[in-house]
Design a protein around this ligand. Sequence first.
Ligand SMILES: [Fe+2]
Length: 346
Amino acid sequence: MFFQQFATGGCQSYLVGCAETCAAVLIDPEISLIDRYIAIAAREGLHIQYLIDTHTHADHFSATQQLARRLQVPVAMHRASPSPFVDLRLDDGEMLAVGKLRLQVLHTPGHTSDSMCILVEDRVFTGDTLLIGATGRTDLPGGDPEALYNSLFNHVLQLDPDLKVYPAHEYKDRSHSTIGQELAENPRLQARDCTTFVEMMNNLNLTMPTHVTEALRTNMSGGKTVAQMLTEAAAAVPFMSLAELKTRSENGANELIILDVRERDAYEQGHIPGARLLPRGQLELRVNQDLPDPTQRILLYCEFGRISTLATATLREMGFQRAVALDGGMKAWHEADYPIKSGREP
Ligand SMILES: [Fe+2]
């Protein structure tokens, strides 16, 4: 069996392949590692056949949907998953055939209602149901401490004690443990009756994971993250440096229309000399009137350089093929001590 574990900020993902047929599966892939997964599978001569999320993640950005588009392979999740982009809905007791490997599905609700563990050969991918020395939390949407108790004590912990446990999270750089080890040492598994376990889970008072709303929104809907929107926009537009713009505006090269896409109060407090105001919120509405010539060279800027990147991509989409975004924003312009003009006039 081919096996590789990937760690990003505590999130664990896995590439598991059949050594004989080279068929493979990715478990809990994370968005920042997309190129790495594809490259490593290629290097190892593996053909990824399925993308699996062990559950709806609240604390990492799942890469399954993007990878599914790139690789043209199905996303598999438990049938309780709310995601509209799941191609293969699995249920307890079912198996995925990956070459000669058989991946067995164990429905283990508790951390979320769609949590499942995946058993293959000598190991079990426990998602956030069972972690090394901990369990998944039960205070996020879909969490249920009683269900987690049942999943753990009546299912996962009944498995062969020698099975290796590979969780979806590990923050102390341990690669895995075993069912036996967890039974003996995991502090959360020492309360062996349901009431005590539930009480303990309800009193953990954990802090919310960062990006929880965005992770849930995108993982549940298949929508894009803000970072994804920005990356896509940045890939579709050229940029101009602050210094280049300064030189050009000082030379009075008026072939360049400079557009400030912030709000009026920010513009009046201080803008790049010569810049016109066209707030991002009015861009599409005013474009025909304010920018009659689509062949005109236009530079857009905002406060930090993010909104202007999105706005430049929008202008390009609308046909302004010479729209350029400033690499940086008014904040960086200010910090560079470049000339600033205040008031209503450009
Ligand atoms: Fe989770």
